[in-house]
Design a protein. Structure first.
Length: 77
């Protein structure tokens, strides 16, 4: 099942399938290691859902909801 990273629940994990967006924001996500094939685990969400904290490639990364909306994920079962 596919869904966007911003729709994940705490404790859910998956694999990055695609990264949307254009220009600087897409480049920024790639530079942070958010690339197709990377495994992502959602650790925390702020009380209002923004930002979120994920584990990716062995480190913790905080993303804004607008950035997470650009990442298409394949949910792990």
């Amino acid at each position: 099942m596919q869904k966007m990273l911003d729709e994940f629940a705490v404790g859910e994990s998956g694999v990055v399938k695609a990264v949307g967006g254009e220009g600087k924001i897409k480049r920024r996500l790639f530079d942070m290691g958010v690339t197709p094939g990377a495994e992502v685990f959602l650790r925390k969400k702020a009380p209002l859902g923004d930002p979120i904290e994920v584990n990716i490639r062995g480190y913790e990364l905080t993303l804004r909801k607008t950035e997470a909306k650009l990442v298409t994920m394949e949910v792990k079962k």
